[in-house]
Design a binder for this molecule. Structure first.
Ligand code: AHG
Ligand code: MN
Ligand code: MN
Length: 336
């Protein structure tokens, strides 16, 4: 290992370097790190203990909850509740936001929005899953309970965002608006080490990731774009490559490191796209822009959308800037 800096040390180092990162934000990131280790431990045991499969319940959006969805949701919320920095949590797995009214809740500065377990249909088959988080400074006055207004802020107001990928190795990747940094977990000593400092996405990409099973009901512009990828070659003169895991975190992580685009357009089942603005699109868009890429709903920058509902969904196109721009062109030229 070339760099012996740990996530904990790096957070403190950055806190001194950039005034936007306060001590409180640093300890909030530390509690995410702790919950990530706990969830990672459980995911690694899937198959041995009774943690795979459906929980028998549905979440706020009528989707089957997996046992690990419920477990991860509880662990991340408990980690937030145990510290003093968070006044409320919005989770993909809960109908409504959870406002912390006890102890330091009313005096805490941050709200957090979270997709505790992303790609949960992949748990049972040993394929990478993740956690996505997004942090905002509250807009309601300190000393009171957090309000909906604190959660429904546009993505451009995020102070930090990140994800954990539970893959062939476990990584935590985050940004506080000063670049994107990745840390790989060493389970033998329970420490995240800095392994990917200042991640940047390539200017040219050759990977496209989309659930092509929905092809028939894609907008015309998306169909045309897919044809374009199949019939053309990117600059290195090899054909485009199609890769789709079905865990946003894993598809995004690969595309950010190798250059590519992830697409979830509107479909018959999901007329506004499937991915959720607050838990999935905003944090991933913040990270992608910080890595030099682009994120769009096909027409506008994801981070400039003013949310109107907690579980709102939007079409999502994220990755290499040129590829996302091309999608926007195709959608504009081929409006249905
Ligand atoms: P989640 O498990 O948090 O509900 O998210 C699943 C999302 C995303 O991770 C993935 O890329 C996408 O849904 C897959 O959807 P399809 O199965 O429709 O392709
Ligand atoms: Mn998800
Ligand atoms: Mn999820």
């Amino acid at each position: 290992m070339s760099d012996m800096r740990t996530l904990g040390e790096f957070i403190v180092e950055k806190q001194h370097e950039c005034p936007s990162v306060s001590g409180e934000l640093s300890s909030l990131l530390s509690s995410i790190r702790l919950a990530a280790k706990i969830v990672n431990r459980e995911i690694n045991k899937a198959g041995l203990v009774d943690i795979i499969g459906a929980s028998g319940n549905e979440n706020a959006q009528g989707e089957q909850q997996q046992k690990l969805d419920v477990y991860a949701n509880e662990k991340f919320k408990a980690a937030m509740a145990a510290r003093d920095q968070v006044c409320g949590v919005g989770s993909e797995e809960d109908d409504d936001v959870v406002i912390f009214s006890e102890k330091h809740g009313p005096n805490a500065k941050y709200v957090i929005l979270i997709d505790p377990l992303d790609g949960s249909s992949n748990i049972d088959v040993n394929v990478s899953v993740g956690t996505i988080f997004s942090i905002y400074r509250r807009v309601s006055p300190l000393g009171q309970l957090a309000t909906m207004e604190d959660f429904l802020q546009p993505g451009n107001k995020q102070v930090a965002a990140g994800y954990i990928i539970y893959g062939s190795s476990t990584m935590l990747v985050y940004t506080t608006g000063n670049g994107v940094h990745g840390f790989t977990y060493d389970p033998s000593i329970g420490v995240f080490f800095l392994s990917h400092e200042n991640i940047t996405i390539l200017n040219k990409g050759s990977i496209y990731s989309i659930n092509e099973g929905n092809y028939i009901t894609f907008p015309k512009g998306i169909k045309q774009y897919l044809k374009y990828c199949q019939e053309n070659k990117p600059e290195d003169n090899r054909p485009y490559t199609s890769r789709y895991i079905g865990s946003l975190v894993a598809d995004f992580h690969r595309n950010m490191l190798k250059g590519g685009i992830y697409l979830y357009p509107s479909t018959a089942t999901y007329p506004s796209g499937k991915l959720r603005l607050l838990y999935e699109c905003n944090p991933m868009s913040f990270i992608m822009e910080q890595a030099g890429g682009k994120a769009s709903d096909g027409k506008q920058r994801i981070l400039d959308i003013k949310p109107i509902a907690l579980h709102q969904r939007v079409p999502f196109f994220v990755g290499t800037t040129d590829m996302v721009k091309k999608i926007e062109e195709f959608l504009e030229r081929n409006s249905d």
